[in-house]
Design a protein around this ligand. Structure first.
Ligand SMILES: [Cu+2]
Length: 68
């Protein structure tokens, strides 16, 4: 497992934080996700082989946010 930190744009409230956390943690290869509003970012513990950065970016985009 590796931990990656991704800046996320578009989150405005705790509901955004919760929905993105759920989306990330439902992703195969993601062990855990810690999402924060200030600063807006996600710290994701993942297996880079099964959940590479491109996949994480797609999950964030599908949840309605934008990975920076
Ligand atoms: Cu929100």
């Amino acid at each position: 497992m590796e931990t990656i930190r991704i800046a996320v744009e578009g989150m405005t409230c705790q509901g955004c934080v919760n929905s993105l956390t759920r989306a990330l943690e439902a992703t195969p290869g993601v062990q855990s996700a810690m999402v924060a509003l200030a600063p807006p970012q996600a710290s994701i513990e993942h297996d880079p082989a099964s959940a590479p950065l491109e996949v994480l970016r797609t999950v964030i985009a599908d949840a309605g946010f934008e990975a920076r």
